[in-house]
Design a protein around this ligand. Structure first.
Ligand SMILES: Nc1ncnc2c1ncn2[C@@H]1O[C@H](COP(=O)(O)OP(=O)(O)O)[C@@H](O)[C@H]1O
Ligand SMILES: [Mg+2]
Length: 247
């Protein structure tokens, strides 16, 4: 059985059906890249997986537990599944260290010394230990995003959801964030990324999923999706992205 199992997931905003019945199975240690035009439903799908949105029908299960629908313990779910956003969403009034240690202390009730120690080791790994006492607005976008990733993994989640985490960054800062994701992938972290970084998707993903207007149109290994997509609309989308990058 798949680790993350999404079944017939539908999501509407008012009269507008944003996700029209998504079926997607993801195994442990898989790295899945969601691709598709802006508005195709990538963010909504990620948000539905960790209950930032209430779904209309279908189910999401993780490790065999249904984690969607009424009665779901969202705090328990979010301890298991971390999320990182395009806009970092760090707490502006907390230092880097406080941002990282807040949830482990409050939600996991871990002792301060142990959490601080883990946070510092993670900061060292992303070469930001010397910024532990800084506030988010004293950091570059790339540094803030590295802190946001560390904040998510400090909870020791079973999976990470990453929503266009490099889209708000200056081009020269993208690589430092993608390097961390590459390392997490190598360590076996289960990840679902919405991304426009096709080169990166090609390199780190085991599975590429193409969404179009709320439907999962095509999925497969990157070599297949990028080199020989079955669907004409996948081909058109990829061509558009490649052409845009050339400009
Ligand atoms: N809170 C919301 N209320 C109404 N419509 C929304 C909301 N969030 C997203 N949408 C719409 O749902 C569609 C999918 O959006 P989104 O999941 O953000 O797509 P993507 O991340 O692929 O760009 C878009 O048409 C968007 O306008
Ligand atoms: Mg989005």
């Amino acid at each position: 059985m798949a680790f993350i199992d999404i079944n017939s997931l539908k999501k509407t905003y008012g009269p507008f059906e944003v996700l029209k019945g998504i079926d997607l199975q993801i195994n442990k240690h898989q790295v899945v890249c969601l691709i598709g035009a802006s508005g195709s439903g990538k963010s909504t799908l990620l948000r539905c997986i960790n209950s930032l949105e209430v779904i209309d029908s279908g189910t999401v299960s993780i490790g065999g537990d249904i984690v969607s629908g009424p009665g779901v313990d969202v705090n328990a779910l979010r301890r298991r599944v971390g999320m990182v956003f395009q806009s970092f969403n760090l707490f502006p009034h907390m230092t880097v260290l406080e941002n990282i240690t807040f949830a482990p202390r409050v939600l996991l009730k871990e002792p301060k010394a142990a959490v601080d120690d883990r946070a510092m080791r993670l900061l060292e790994r992303v070469k930001l230990d010397h910024r532990a006492r800084y506030y988010p607005d004293q950091l570059s976008g790339g540094q803030q995003q590295r802190v946001a990733i560390v904040r998510a993994i400090a909870m020791q989640p079973e999976a990470l959801l990453l929503d266009e985490i490099t889209s708000a960054l200056d081009p020269e800062l993208v690589a430092e964030v993608l390097d961390i994701i590459r390392e997490l992938a190598a360590e076996g972290m289960t990840m679902i990324l919405a991304t426009h970084e096709m080169q990166f998707a090609r390199e780190v993903a085991n599975l590429v999923v193409f969404l179009e207007q709320g439907r999962l149109l095509e999925q497969g290994p990157p070599a297949e999706i990028f080199a020989a997509p079955k669907e004409e609309r996948t081909r058109a989308f990829l061509k558009q992205i490649i052409d845009a990058k050339r400009i």
